[in-house]
Design a protein around this ligand. Structure first.
Ligand SMILES: *Cc1c(COP(=O)(O)O)cnc(C)c1O
Length: 396
């Protein structure tokens, strides 16, 4: 049987590990399986491999290796930044500022903290999905201990004014954390220039392995531990190091940094081609998120009179992998909290489609996706009573 070609345009959900990444990891499953904490020489190479990955990652952020702490991924890093800060600064204050469009790893952690005596302000965003700096300034209180605003949004790709947020946080002596899971490896990030105190990233979003990530913590900031146990990660994060994962993440970070400029240019061009054609050729469609201040690989649309899940199923039949809302919310019928925060009506937000490109996607693939998308949208509208009514009324 001929295998159906898969066109993968869901790189915001996860990415394939690059062959070089897998190759770098393999020896650490077998020959080099030692525990980095062991005393004998056999394990010392593993300590070196972990240090090397830490150094590579630190250099991509313009910081020191000792500020990088490995975790089991973006969710753990986000949990640690919020809960760790909340616990260590509880005497100073119990107010946290974040936004309405954060990933659930932030939002659900913030809700957990609210249940435990903390106060959280969820900033609104404008119609493009960007927070208003005046809102941020106004929401700061004497007991505010943390501002956590994502670098770039996982659904609509919008990039926040991180430098300005960092400046405001610094002026008020408040810690600033950013969930950079989507941005790290896609955009240049300098934690010094941007005044970032803590930053979360995850391996599987940058062609690295799943289940590994890191939290950057500026030197001098004391976070309470999330995980207690052994003395790994300078006694800040217990658990035997995921050596293959760490090595893979280091390799992925190195490759991402090396290829970044080229990828940004290529993906931006392809993204703009996709966006321009869809908006021009499919009526009653809109782009979600800022037109330019967005990740180079992100396109997110709403199609009126169409239901997102049906669209995904029909695209899947053509071998196309996209998403509606985010991977975490699909399966639920509620429209995405991000699209709702943009002020879209529910019925419009339900017709959303996110296509996120990767380095291997081609113009031919984009053409194929657009052709299929046009016929899918047509087909679904032809079965939609709301569309029929709309057309009838507009012809009177
Ligand atoms: C994927 C993602 C996460 C979660 O990262 P995991 O490594 O899957 O736990 C957190 N925040 C954002 C913005 C993400 O895109």
């Amino acid at each position: 049987m001929e295998e159906k070609k898969i066109i993968y345009m869901d790189h915001a959900a996860t990415t394939a590990a690059r062959p070089e990444v897998v190759e770098a990891m393999l020896p650490y499953f077998t020959d080099k399986f030692g525990n980095p904490s062991s005393v004998y020489t056999f394990a010392s190479g593993n300590r070196d491999a972990v240090s090397n990955a830490r150094r590579i990652i630190a250099s991509t952020l313009n910081t020191e290796a000792s500020n990088i702490y490995f975790t089991a991924g973006g969710s753990e890093s986000d949990n640690w930044a919020l809960k760790g800060t909340a616990l260590s600064l509880a005497d100073k204050g119990r107010h946290i500022i974040t936004s309405k469009i954060e990933h659930h790893a932030i939002l659900h952690t913030a809700e957990f903290l609210e249940e435990n005596g903390y106060d959280v302000t969820y900033l609104d965003v404008d119609e493009n999905g960007i927070i208003r700096l005046d809102d941020l300034k106004r929401s700061i209180r004497p007991d505010t201990i943390l501002i956590s605003i994502m670098f770039a949004n996982n659904e609509i790709g919008t990039i926040q004014p991180i430098r300005e947020i960092g400046e405001i946080a610094r002026e008020h002596n408040i810690l600033f954390h950013t969930d950079a899971v989507q941005a790290y490896g896609q955009l240049p990030i300098d934690v010094e220039a941007l005044n970032i105190d803590m930053l979360s990233a995850s391996g599987h979003k940058l062609n690295g392995p799943k289940g590994i990530g890191f939290l950057y913590i500026r030197k001098g900031i004391i976070l309470k531990n999330l995980l207690h146990g052994g003395q790994q990660e300078r006694s800040k994060r217990a658990g035997t190091e995921n050596v293959p994962g760490i090595v893979g993440l280091g390799k992925a970070a190195e490759l991402a940094a090396k290829t970044m400029d080229e990828r940004i240019q290529k993906e931006t061009e392809l993204r703009d081609y996709l966006i321009d054609r869809v908006l021009a050729e499919i009526p009653y469609s809109r782009l979600n998120g800022h037109r330019n201040k967005r990740l180079p690989n992100n396109a997110n649309f709403c199609f009126q009179f169409v239901e997102g899940e049906s669209m995904l199923i029909m695209l899947d039949m053509a071998g196309i992998c996209g998403s509606s809302g985010s991977a975490c919310t699909s399966g639920s019928l509620d429209p995405s909290h991000v699209l709702m925060a943009l002020g879209l009506p529910k019925e419009v937000a339900r017709g959303s489609l996110r296509l996120t490109l990767g380095g291997e996607n081609t113009r031919e693939e984009v053409d194929y996706v657009i052709d299929n998308l046009k016929s899918v949208v047509d087909k679904l509208r032809s079965m939609s009573p709301a569309y029929e009514d709309y057309i009838k009324n507009s012809q009177i």
